[in-house]
Design a protein around this ligand. Structure first.
Ligand SMILES: NC(=O)c1ccc[n+]([C@@H]2O[C@H](COP(=O)([O-])OP(=O)(O)OC[C@H]3O[C@@H](n4cnc5c(N)ncnc54)[C@H](OP(=O)(O)O)[C@@H]3O)[C@@H](O)[C@H]2O)c1
Length: 267
């Protein structure tokens, strides 16, 4: 399996899941554009790891929640690559500035989540499509449980923004089908070496214990490389008939039933 000669832009790819995606695509021969918002050192480190894999790339700073900044980033990518084959909308946004339950949040805080997820995808997909030919791949990184449930109350803004993002994916899939471009979303389970590591240690420990106990049937958390592998599969020519889907990449976590204790579910 090869992505030799392909050109990819991954937003929020200096760290975490985005870095896992960049490294996998680079290993498979793609040239990669690494986007970050503020932590330049992490972006440099990721580019170094890309080069260690014998691939090449560039770094493009931009705050993708700002349309003008995002368009400037695409112009830089066009100047460097001329065309684009793979666009991954992955950037997390400044989640802790809008990590509030519905009764406490301000409209401005809520809007920041929407800007970083739905609006960033809207602008990104429009700009990417202009640079893509037949065979192009647009992939959003979502978190389906956040958009489809409501129990994790402080996730309210990001969850509703992810629901909007998933809807945008379906509309763009239809809009771009005639161009031979597929548009899909990947919904990771909880991933190591990511935003998870910014949670208080006892919360991290509780989450790991929960999933290892069986709430993720594969009994581990995911890794950025797991998500990189899924993006690579969707980027292959052979994935050209898959479009408009939200694909869970979660070791089976989305299969568990919250109505019953684990012991009952296992039989
Ligand atoms: N972690 C999980 O368990 C999990 C599960 C399901 C889905 N997801 C999704 O996966 C994606 C990545 O999450 P993560 O956990 O890997 O995050 P992370 O480790 O915190 O990394 C966030 C990345 O996004 C960049 N970023 C943040 N705001 C940005 C902006 N406005 N413009 C451009 N870049 C920006 C950061 O760059 P700087 O450091 O320079 O700011 C960094 O490269 C998110 O969409 C998240 O919702 C995560």
């Amino acid at each position: 399996m090869s992505l030799q000669g392909k050109r990819a832009l991954i937003t929020g790819s200096s760290r975490g899941i985005g870095r896992g995606i960049v490294l996998k695509l680079a290993e498979m021969g793609a040239k990669v554009a690494i986007n970050y918002r503020q932590n330049e050192a992490a972006a440099n480190d990721t580019l170094m790891k890309v080069r260690e894999r014998g691939a090449d790339g560039l770094i493009v700073q931009a705050d993708v929640s700002r349309p003008d900044d995002a368009r400037r980033m695409f112009n830089q990518v066009k100047a460097a690559f001329d065309t684009l084959d793979i666009f991954v909308s992955n950037a997390l946004g400044e989640i802790f500035t809008y990590y509030r339950p519905p009764l406490d949040i301000t409209p401005e805080q809520w809007e920041k989540a929407v800007d970083s997820q739905a609006k960033a995808f809207l602008v990104g997909a429009q700009e990417a499509a202009r640079l893509m030919g037949k065979g192009g791949r647009i992939i959003a990184i979502t978190y389906r449980p956040g958009g489809a449930t409501a129990g994790w109350q402080p996730y309210f803004a990001q969850g509703s923004a992810k629901a909007a993002l998933e809807s945008l994916v379906r509309y763009f899939a239809v809009a771009l089908a005639g161009h031979g471009i597929t548009v899909n979303a990947i919904s990771p389970g909880i991933i190591e070496d990511s935003i998870l590591n910014s949670f208080p240690q006892d919360a991290q420990d509780g989450i790991r214990a929960w999933h290892r106990a069986g709430w993720t049937p594969m009994r581990r958390l995911g890794t950025p490389a797991d998500i990189g592998n899924a993006v690579a599969l969707l980027s292959l020519e052979e994935a050209g008939w898959i479009t408009g889907q939200v694909i869970a990449v979660d070791g089976g976590a989305s299969l568990m039933n919250p109505d019953f204790p684990l012991e009952i579910q296992r039989g």
